[in-house]
Design a protein around this ligand. Structure first.
Ligand code: SF4
Ligand code: SF4
Length: 332
């Protein structure tokens, strides 16, 4: 068998009539007659760019055509708002029109601990129960990790709010006074104005800091370390906790590519023209392919917009065995 045949496949298309053809490159028959979670972010209130029902309908229709039984699935979020609670998230899903499909909508608030590389991740209890999972991920920028795709859909979206909080707290900065030059870069890049650097003094407001780790990434003198671990590393580990040993089919929607994520009510502006859709059975391959397609049109746009290099989550994902960047892009 030639080397090419060992590579993971990522299928790319812009024509929505090609969905069936794209699914058929993968093990779609294993979803036939099966019930399974369709992992998707159903959008924050007032967000404009999340995957709306009319966008995902053709993808759902092709699943229903093979008599599979998907249900929408997500987890409650750590920050205050309707989606912090199961009932509140159900309400948001209804406002956003997800109930019109007639499929169940399951929101988890509890999970089961799965250990990856010595860290505990509490994976949504429903996700743990199913061997088959379908993931629909909207590709966009992200304030903390620069890029959100399949890895982020599971790494943050597949775990309980306790694990989400753990990951953010782990990424908070710790000052290394002997290395800090008081240049002020960390204060400039902090999206929440949590750091003040003045008169050779470095201060942080713990109330304002939400643990994105962007300050640490931008300190070139070693003046800051993450309190426990890099957020993008934890994201990759957490995604692995969610999908390890599962049969997952991933769709990446590389359109409406906004600066911020679907959790943000003001996630604009759009930073790259619409590109199309990708399908794969590998989260690292599909995210790298999505990233590369954007990179071809708007080089470094994700890192420029959010002051953080998003390729780390993809590289960490490959390092820990979540997937591979060695893929073949098939255009339909
Ligand atoms: S970026 Fe680093 S060196 Fe500069 S003030 Fe912040 S911690 Fe100190
Ligand atoms: S972790 Fe993020 S929010 Fe906290 S101080 Fe650093 S840049 Fe600001």
């Amino acid at each position: 068998m030639g080397e090419e045949n060992w590579m993971k496949k990522v299928v790319f298309f812009t024509d929505l009539n090609k969905i069936k053809e794209a699914y058929e490159f993968f093990n779609i028959d294993s979803f036939k007659n099966e019930k399974f979670p369709l992992k998707i972010h159903m959008g924050e209130v007032k967000n404009k760019y999340f995957p709306k029902p009319k966008i995902i309908k053709p993808f759902i229709d092709e699943l229903l055509n093979i008599e599979s039984k998907p249900f929408f699935y997500d987890t409650t979020v750590a920050y205050p708002g309707l989606r912090h609670y199961k009932k509140g998230y159900q309400k948001v899903a209804k406002i956003h029109g997800y109930h019109k499909f007639g499929l169940d909508i399951v929101i988890d608030d509890k999970g089961k601990i799965i250990k990856i590389n010595n860290y505990d991740f509490e994976v949504g209890e429903t996700l743990v129960k199913f061997d088959n999972i379908f993931a629909y991920s909207h590709v966009k920028g992200h304030i903390a990790v620069g890029f959100g795709g399949a890895i982020k859909n599971f790494g943050m979206g597949g775990v309980t709010k306790e694990t989400k909080i753990f990951m953010h707290n782990a990424s908070k900065p710790e000052i290394q006074k002997d290395k800090c030059t008081y240049c002020g870069v960390c204060a400039e890049v902090c999206p929440f104005n949590a750091i003040t650097v003045k008169n050779n003094n470095w201060e942080i407001s713990n109330r304002k800091c939400f643990g994105c780790g962007v300050c640490v990434d931008n300190c070139s003198s070693g003046g800051l370390l993450n309190q426990t671990e890099n957020l993008q590393y934890l994201l990759a580990c957490s995604a692995l906790a969610c999908v390890k040993d599962k049969n997952v089919l991933y769709v990446n929607d590389v359109n409406r590519i906004s600066r911020g994520c679907d959790c943000d009510p003001c996630s604009g502006p759009i930073i790259c023209p619409d590109i199309g859709f990708l399908v794969s059975d590998d989260p690292v391959a599909i995210d790298k392919a999505s990233f590369d397609l954007v990179q071809d049109i708007k080089p470094d746009i994700f890192s420029k917009e959010n002051n953080v290099d998003p390729i780390k989550q993809i590289n960490y994902g490959e390092d820990i065995g979540l997937g591979t960047t060695n893929f073949q892009l098939i255009e339909l």
